[in-house]
Design a protein around this ligand. Sequence first.
Ligand code: HEC
Ligand code: HEC
Ligand code: HEC
Ligand code: HEC
Length: 202
Amino acid sequence: MYGGGTIMFTTKIQKTALAMLISGAMAGTAYAAPEVLADFHGEMGSCDSCHVSDKGGVSDDNLSHENAQCVSCHGDLKELAAAAPKDKVSPHKSHLIGEIACTSCHKGHEKSVTYCDACHSFDFNMPYGGKWERKFVPVDADKAAQDKAIAAGVKETTDVVVIGSGGAGLAAAVSARDAGAKVILLEKEPVPGGILNLLQVE
Ligand code: HEC
Ligand code: HEC
Ligand code: HEC
Ligand code: HEC
């Protein structure tokens, strides 16, 4: 049944059927515990349960298709939070702004990280998780690649580059756009909001 077409499970019943199918399939085979999310999901289907093709590869920079696939099987943040124990902090409900991509925390092919750990230390048990680590990339990390990129020339031009999607950055971007400018907004964190993420929304 995993011949090639995209597998989209939209109901809980279908998901349960799939989970049963996997455990059935696993029972018969010698099986090493998967280390990352994609390996685990790979046991039950093909690459295109998450990706656009059965050869894998990401849909776009925002992983829009991949995230839509997570939601189609598991539900969105709201649904996940509603199913979570009420006496614990849920990673799926917080003061962070907007609909945060599942893949901000759940990684496909490397250890998942809990973005909340950038500031907190909750006792989450992240499936296929690793420890939060900030990666500092030295500016001269790959001189050859930088030289090549510079030699290739500028790919896109814009009128205004805004750095940071906090209140000030967003306001600047909106004003510049309203005034007719072409704007690129850059954010170093996996979620937008900057300092606004520190406000508590009840
Ligand atoms: C085709 C349906 C499907 C897709 C697409 C899918 N999952 Fe799953 N996922 C499952 C099933 C079935 C399980 C095993 C049963 C369960 O734990 O819910 C599972 C298990 C998991 C688990 C482990 C749960 C645990 O408690 O050990 C996590 C985390 C997870 N998925 C996250 C994701 C994320 C993030 C994405 C998108 C990148 C994704 N899944 C895409 C069906 C899917
Ligand atoms: C801010 C980080 C973060 C984001 C974003 C996130 N998750 Fe999770 N997720 C976690 C952590 C941490 C756990 C482990 C929960 C625990 O220990 O109670 C988890 C657990 C899960 C589980 C296992 C069952 C459960 O509810 O505990 C599933 C399935 C899952 N996430 C799916 C998703 C999907 C689908 C999305 C996107 C809609 C998503 N997650 C977004 C951090 C995140
Ligand atoms: C559970 C969903 C899931 C499954 C199943 C999955 N992937 Fe991925 N894949 C992701 C996510 C999420 C990313 C984004 C990078 C990351 O989180 O590791 C990704 C990234 C990639 C990339 C881009 C690599 C990069 O670092 O940018 C390739 C290529 C890829 N996957 C191939 C595959 C192949 C081939 C398979 C099947 C063997 C597969 N994937 C199965 C979720 C999945
Ligand atoms: C950029 C840093 C940052 C990130 C990332 C972050 N938080 Fe927070 N969080 C804060 C700050 C600052 C406070 C306010 C602390 C206070 O009032 O003592 C706070 C408060 C909270 C509180 C209330 C705590 C209390 O003791 O009353 C909860 C719950 C919480 N955050 C959950 C989360 C979750 C869940 C995530 C991940 C989805 C997350 N936060 C991500 C900075 C962050």
